[in-house]
Structures are given as C-alpha cells and as structure tokens.
Design a protein around this ligand. Structure first.
Ligand code: IYR
Length: 331
C-alpha cells in the first residue's frame, strides 16, 4: 500500500485531498494528532481514531495525543482534579491498546492552553468568530441541551491547539468536522495556516444500525467489557444478512455495525480474519480483506451468527490488554 492509501485508508473524508497527497510524499517526521476529552475508560470511538494513529505511525508520522483536560472541563465533564486523574488512566489504556509509547507524545491541554500567548490568540479568534457558528460547530460534541459560553470557546481552543502543537494533520471522528472547518476558516486571521484534516467514520448504533454508536446512549463497546459481555453485546447486534438491508438509493438509513467493526477495527489491526465453523457447516472461512467477508455475508455463504462469533473473539483480543490495565488501575 502506498503512503497516501495507508494514510487515507478507511477515512470518511480528507480535507483536502491535495494537501494529504503532499503530506504523503514525505510522511517521515510529519506530525498528526487527535485530542480526547479524558473519560475513565476507552470506548470503541476512541479505538477507531487510535487505529488511524497506529497506521500513521507505521507510515512514519510522529503522533501527538492531546488529553484535552481543559476542553473536558469546558464541556461540563467534572472538576479539574477528576479530569486530570482520568487523563493519566486514559494514557495508559492507549498504550495498552497499541500506541507505541516511545513514539507517541502525550500532552495535557493545560500544559500550554493557559499560557498568556495562547490566551491572547484565543481572544483574537473570539473576535473573528460569530457565536452561532461556534455553537453549530459544537452540535455533535457538546454535552447537555443548552450551549454555554464555555462551549462556544471550546471549538476556538481546539482550532488553536493545531497551531500550538505544531501538527501537520488533525484527525478526528466525523463529529469533529465542523470544528475543523471553523479552524480552516479562522486560523489564517491570526497568521496561521488552514489545517489539513482527516475524519474517521462513525459506527452505527450496535443494536439498531441507526445513528451513531456512543457511550452515552444505547449499547457501546468499551475497554472494560468482559469476554462474556462482548459476546452478549455482539450477539444482540443488528446484523442483517446483507450489507445494505434497505436499498433505497443511499443505502445509508441503517448500517450494519457488525460489518463496520470488521472493516474499521478488525481488518486494520489483524490483517486477516478466520471465522471458525464446525466441519458439518462447511469448516473455517478465511478472509484476507474486508470486501471478501462482506461479499460472503451478502451471498449467504457467511451466516450472521458465525460472523458475530468471530467478531466477539477479535474484539476480545483488541480490548484484553486495556482491560487488564484497567484492572490494575483499580486495585
Ligand atoms: N473535541 C474532542 C476533544 C478535542 C479534540 C481536539 I483534535 C482538541 O484539540 C481538543 C479537544 C472531543 O469531542 O472529544
């Protein structure tokens, strides 16, 4: 796979393609980052962007993980002390998940976001941004129904992080795209470049295939799930025996979360998949890429129950080191 294909693999969108192509010409030493509001335990959304970071590390990028303590505070996630404590635990879980510690720079937002220069640049961005745009950028990020002033400051700080962390590529889930677009439009006003961005897809809700999976509503997969819990959640997941259950032109009304997890989590980390089946049902199936697995589900060769059984096993392997880390953290 060439560098551009590896960088953009499984991305829902890149802004812009030309800018990413130019990064791909010589990725060595380029810097990419994701920011996370510290929460106690990694869930499958964190793991999705982390997969991209691991791929970028392979492509030669330096990786910066921002543990966005000030952002979590502005978004009403707790007291500063609580948030700082969870940031440490989260860092350890990312390393257990597979981010090379020696190759990853973990930065706490408060290490630089409270500096005078940062604050003055923030005020300059505040002058450049109208309130409703800042609010719109937060629609899929903010906690609670009513936007606060703190939440309007939040996306401007996220924009500024890109400058202060000196990164070449900003990564985030699709829910971050409006913040990044705001960053592209406003950063030039303080003399900084418009950032290049890559957005990862959102995984559909596990039980319905509608909307997006989140830790706050519905069923989510997290690093602390036991093998048994993973098996139960995956067994109950929405997985129709075809990839587009309601062909209606866009094929997007309901997605198949089981297939999405194979595509975005299992294949990127394991490279191949073996679905174990008893001899009497045709024996094991082996897949070297996502497309062939999805095609077999479509054709009926692969039964949803067998796909789910395999998925639970692979997910268990992915979360096991983090689960062990969480157990140590709590003892
Ligand atoms: N908005 C992110 C957290 C975050 C991301 C980046 I990239 C930052 O520079 C700062 C915060 C979230 O929703 O978790």
């Amino acid at each position: 796979m060439d560098a551009y294909d590896l960088i953009t693999r499984n991305a829902a969108e890149v802004v812009t393609e030309d800018e990413v192509r130019s990064l791909a010409e010589d990725p060595d030493g380029k810097r990419a980052y994701v920011g996370y509001e510290p929460s106690g335990v990694l869930h499958i959304g964190h793991m999705l962007t982390a997969n991209k970071l691991i791929e970028l590390q392979e492509a030669g990028f330096e990786i910066v993980v921002l543990l966005a303590d000030v952002h979590a505070y502005l978004n009403g996630k707790g007291t500063f002390e609580e948030i700082r404590e969870t940031a440490d635990r989260m860092r350890e879980q990312f390393v257990a998940y597979g981010l090379e510690e020696s190759d990853t720079e973990f930065v706490l937002g408060s290490e630089f976001q409270l500096d005078e220069e940062y604050t003055l640049d923030l005020h300059a961005l505040e002058l450049e941004t109208n309130l409703s745009r800042a609010e719109r950028a937060m629609a899929e990020i903010q906690s609670g129904d009513t936007a606060t002033v703190a939440q309007a400051v939040y996306p401007l700080m996220q924009a500024l992080d890109i400058v202060y962390l000196d990164v070449d590529l900003a990564i985030g889930g699709m829910e971050q795209r409006k913040v990044h677009m705001l960053a592209r439009d406003t950063l030039p006003s303080i003399g900084a470049d418009a950032p290049t961005c890559l957005h990862t897809p959102l995984i559909a809700d596990l039980s319905t295939g509608v909307g997006k999976m989140s830790s706050s509503a519905g069923v989510s997969i997290s690093m602390e799930d036991s093998e048994e819990e993973l098996r139960e959640k995956v067994n109950k997941a929405y997985c129709p025996p075809s990839r587009d259950p309601e062909p209606d032109g866009d094929g997007n009304d309901r997605d198949n979360p089981v297939l999405q997890i194979f595509e975005y989590h299992v294949f990127p980390r394991f490279g191949e998949v073996v679905v174990e089946r008893p001899e009497q049902y045709g024996g094991d199936l082996e897949y070297g890429d996502y497309e062939s697995l999805a095609a077999d589900l479509d054709s009926g060769e692969l039964h949803p129950a067998d796909a789910k059984g395999a998925l639970a096993e692979y997910l268990n392997e992915l979360v096991a080191p983090g689960r062990e880390k969480i157990r140590q953290q709590r003892s």
